[in-house]
Design a binder for this molecule. Structure first.
Ligand code: NAD
Ligand code: MN
Length: 362
């Protein structure tokens, strides 16, 4: 039996609060399922760490992380450290060095979520390019502080990088029996990078004749997300567009407290990383009221990646049960429950589901 070795980076703010609940869920599954072995090592790399050591993580952090099967990440961000430092010194090096060039973000409306789309069937994924695009450190500033100051920020779109993310999106669609891939573009105005994006996505699309490719300008697409979110199946987008679309998609299906993500290294030569879409939520940090579902669902995506789709499904069933029961809800869902109450209800539901399963096989 393989033991899944997981590196846990709780981070800042609500990160540690929600990661704690996700780890407890995984530990419960280990207890309930004798065929599931998992081990955790926790790393305190965070803004606190930065304030003590002058860096977000040690020099050999990537070498350390390389040895794990996956990384479970909370969130980072602290007002005492500039946001670009926390992001560029912790998340970006992991995403880039571990070639996690796919950021997969499910936009799925769970049963029991109170929101205006309650009666619609919304179930799509955003496949966000995660290694290049608009999030580059190429560029610079001229005449700093002066009236004539100019900033140039380069977007890096490569044919190879775009084809890889497009291929992932089409293959995902094919595997899941979906018929449409929607590409987010803006080639009418961003004429160099986005035209190459379009060309590369079209080129890959030709290999998947059974799947319809539609391209929308990002501004129109944002409106369609709000007007008819039930129409999408797989959305493929550049780094920035995908980032914005996923917060929007998340708002449509109940908010950031419910949205998971996976930073995938599809080749499997480095560990992949699983984290909620949300950040460290300084406005509610320390109050014990953050919704742990996004983090617990991210752990479920991690289990899927590790080949335990069965256990991932148990987690998702349990989350939906708790939501449908309506008794335990954190404030973001209109309730007054705490993070730990939400976490323990989900674990209770898992135990229940497990019991039902055993009951059936007897
Ligand atoms: P945020 O996601 O932290 O918060 C946005 C809003 O959503 C806040 O009102 C917050 O209370 C709410 N929210 C978020 N997660 C929630 C949860 N689990 N339960 C209930 N409510 C939740 O985004 P922000 O305010 O733009 O950024 C705060 C900090 O987080 C910044 O320092 C930013 O750089 C950082 N950040 C980090 C990541 C990451 O670690 N990957 C991602 C986004 C933002
Ligand atoms: Mn984001």
């Amino acid at each position: 039996m393989t033991t899944h070795k997981i590196a846990v980076i709780p981070g800042d703010g609500i990160g540690p609060e929600v990661v704690n609940e996700a780890v407890k869920v995984l530990e419960l599954l280990k207890k309930l399922d004798p065929s599931f072995e998992i081990e955790f090592e926790t790393f305190d790399w965070s803004s606190e760490y930065y304030l003590r050591h002058g860096k977000m993580m040690p020099e050999d952090a990537l070498d350390t992380l390389k040895k794990y099967d996956a990384i479970l990440f909370g969130a980072i961000g602290d007002k005492r450290v500039p946001d670009d430092v926390t992001i560029w010194e912790l998340i970006m090096p992991i995403r880039k060095n571990f070639k996690q060039y796919i950021n997969l973000r499910p936009v799925k409306l769970l049963k029991g979520v109170p929101c205006r789309y309650m009666d619609e069937n919304i179930d799509f994924v955003i496949v966000r390019e995660n290694a290049e695009g608009e999030y580059s450190n190429s560029g610079g500033r001229l005449y700093p502080g002066m009236e004539q100051e100019i900033a140039v920020q380069n977007t890096i779109i490569t044919r190879t990088g775009t084809k890889k993310v497009a291929r992932f999106a089409f293959e995902y669609a094919k595997r899941q029996g979906k018929r449409t891939v929607t590409s987010a573009t803006k080639s009418n105005a961003i004429i160099h990078s986005m035209k190459l994006w379009d060309e590369a996505v079209n080129e890959v699309g030709k290999d998947f004749p059974a799947i319809h490719l539609q391209s929308y300008y990002i501004d129109a697409l944002a409106a369609y997300f709000v007007l008819r979110p039930g129409d999408f199946e797989v959305v493929v987008a550049s780094n920035l567009f995908g980032d914005i679309l996923s917060d929007l998609g998340s708002a449509v299906v109940g908010g950031l407290g419910l949205s998971p993500s996976a930073n995938l290294n599809p080749e499997g030569d480095f560990p992949s990383m699983f984290e909620p879409v949300h950040g460290s939520a300084p406005d509610i940090a320390g109050k014990g009221i953050a919704n742990p579902i996004a983090q617990i669902w991210s752990a479920a995506l991690m289990l899927e990646h590790l080949g335990r789709e069965d256990l991932a499904a148990v987690i998702l069933d349990a989350i939906e049960q708790v939501l449908v029961q309506k008794e335990v809800r954190t404030p973001d869902l209109g309730g007054s429950s705490t993070t730990s109450e939400m976490g323990s209800s989900i674990r209770a539901a898992i135990q229940q589901l497990q019991f039902v399963k055993e009951g059936r096989s007897r």
